[in-house]
Design a protein. Structure first.
Length: 303
């Protein structure tokens, strides 16, 4: 997982909490909102300045139905804990109850309490941060909570594993995204060049957009929101690794994935067409990796 250092200045007590541990992963600390369970150390940590995470609604009906999940946007903090070697473990239920009691004591709200009989699937937006437990197994219990503290609204996941005595903490500090790209500048570039190039990262050989490319999706959506009459062609390009036929198919699938991701931001799908260009329009030398990286791109073309 990516490393981060938390700098916020919030604090509540967690029953059974403890202070710093010398065995913690490098540059990882407890989030100031929570201490930790006794006899546990930090296995890994991650932060993202802005992303979205799905939380099951209290009236959850179908585990796989996206409409039964509330999407919360903001700053993400994820911390994973594992039992210290030779220490006495806490049960998954004990871990979950400790966090719930701490949140309730500070006037927070318990949204959901899941497992082992009711354990809805974690939404993909949460799974990319929580994944499996540090011990390599799925979690046995989890809870979702909200807490207002220090002028911020926090949405919280706590997931605990019974078999490996691990647990993970995910907090979304709800906030608006800081807009870094001017729609006017994007419009000028589009009018001047006729297209804008984005280096959107996908899983190798697939059309699955990686989380770190969410900013590019947001930019494309912002451009289309800012210019309501604009229609564009989303065009996928690949390097020359593989066959021309497979690359053409892959580029089209990736273009469609971008269209779907932008449409999910509230942009009408009929304002975008998806086109696969395959390996036929390189902008750099495919004999070198630097060149191939430049050729693997998505272009937003003004229609």
């Amino acid at each position: 997982m990516k490393r981060f250092v938390v700098t916020a200045a919030l604090a509540i007590s967690l029953v059974g909490g403890s202070s710093a541990w010398s065995a913690d992963a490098e540059n990882c600390k407890d989030h100031p909102l929570f201490s930790r369970m006794a006899n546990y150390e930090i296995y890994g940590c991650a932060t993202t300045e802005f992303d979205e995470v799905g939380f099951p609604r209290p009236e959850l009906k179908e585990w796989s139905n996206p409409e039964d999940y509330a999407t919360i946007e903001g700053k993400i903090h994820a911390i994973s804990y594992k039992l210290k070697e030779g220490a006495t473990p806490a049960s998954a239920l004990q871990i979950i109850r400790n966090f719930q009691n701490a949140v309730k004591k500070d006037s927070g709200t318990i949204l959901g309490d899941y497992g082992p009989d009711l354990f809805p699937s974690l939404p993909q937006t949460a799974s990319k941060y929580l994944g499996e437990s540090p011990g390599g197994t799925s979690f046995d219990r989890y809870t979702t909570m909200t807490l207002n503290k220090g002028g911020s609204e926090f949405w919280i996941y706590v997931c605990a594993s019974e078999g490996y005595q691990d647990y993970m903490l995910l907090l979304v500090e709800k906030q608006e995204m800081k807009q870094e790209i001017s729609v006017n500048e994007l419009e000028k570039q589009l009018n001047k060049e006729g297209f804008i190039t984005y280096y959107i990262n996908f899983d190798t050989g697939k059309a699955t957009i990686k989380p770190e490319s969410q900013g590019s999706i947001d930019q494309i959506a912002a451009l289309l929101k800012g210019i309501p009459t604009l229609k564009v062609s989303i065009e996928g390009h690949t390097d020359n690794v593989g066959t021309p036929e497979s690359n053409l198919k892959l580029s089209e699938e990736r273009a469609k994935a971008v269209v779907a991701a932008v449409a999910a931001k509230g942009i009408a799908a009929d304002r975008m067409s998806a086109v696969g260009r395959g390996q036929d329009a390189p902008v750099a030398d495919n004999r070198k990796e630097e060149g191939r990286a430049l050729n693997r791109r998505v272009e937003v073309v003004k229609e």
